[in-house]
Design a protein around this ligand. Structure first.
Ligand SMILES: [Zn+2]
Length: 212
């Protein structure tokens, strides 16, 4: 008889996740996006967070939990191609050495996605950033700049992989690209730290699902 399994995604939280600190020392320990999942198998309800998928009672439950964990994070674009890294560089307008407080990704009219569950803290437009969206994921803040369109409003919750804007070349930009900035507790960090963390989670889930 087919087992009647369903699940409810009850919420997201940013929890500490020491297991990832071991597997990837560059990743801050408190950036782990975990989904809380309620799994119901033949009328019996069990609660998990996606971080303890290894404790699931059987294969079907594990599959659901690893899948949810896989879906709890997303890279900001479908393909990541860094066109200008974070750090000191020659300013494309002045030619002078200047700190680039974000990272530029190649983009052509693409959907920009939220990397984790979070909230829209600000949207707007100015001469430097063009059209921009600022998201908060726990103690991380992420902004996407030079957009051609903004798809969300301030105060709105966002889900992982939800499109929040369309890339463009608005503001101080020499051509279309996505400029991303990341802050941890208000301090600027290299967005590649988050990208690497997301990729690690995805890879771990793919491995776990394959090995079930
Ligand atoms: Zn930039």
């Amino acid at each position: 008889m087919e087992k009647n399994i369903w699940f409810v995604l009850t919420g997201f939280s940013i929890l500490s996740c020491p297991v990832f600190a071991q597997s990837c020392p560059l990743v801050p320990t408190d950036v782990c996006a975990e989904a809380e999942v309620t799994v119901s198998v033949e009328g019996e309800e069990k609660e998990y967070t996606t971080g303890n998928a290894g404790l699931a009672g059987n294969m079907e439950e594990s599959k659901i939990i690893w899948t949810q964990r896989y879906l709890s994070v997303s890279l900001p674009l479908r393909k990541l191609k860094v066109t200008s890294p974070y750090g000191f560089r020659r300013d494309p307008f002045t030619g002078k050495k200047r700190f680039h407080g974000g990272l530029d990704l190649y983009a052509r009219g693409e959907k920009v996605m939220a990397m984790m569950a979070g909230i829209v803290v600000k949207v707007g437009q100015d001469n430097a950033s063009g059209k921009y969206v600022v998201l908060r994921h726990g103690n991380y803040q992420v902004s996407y700049c030079h957009l051609s369109r903004i798809l969300v409003e301030t105060g709105r919750k966002v889900s992982p992989a939800e499109p929040v804007g369309i890339t463009g070349s608005t503001g101080r930009s020499t051509g279309e690209h996505l400029h991303i900035t990341c802050k941890l507790n208000g301090k600027s960090i290299d967005p590649r730290i988050l990208f690497r963390h997301i990729k690690n989670i995805k890879d771990e889930c793919v491995r776990a699902l394959r090995d079930l």
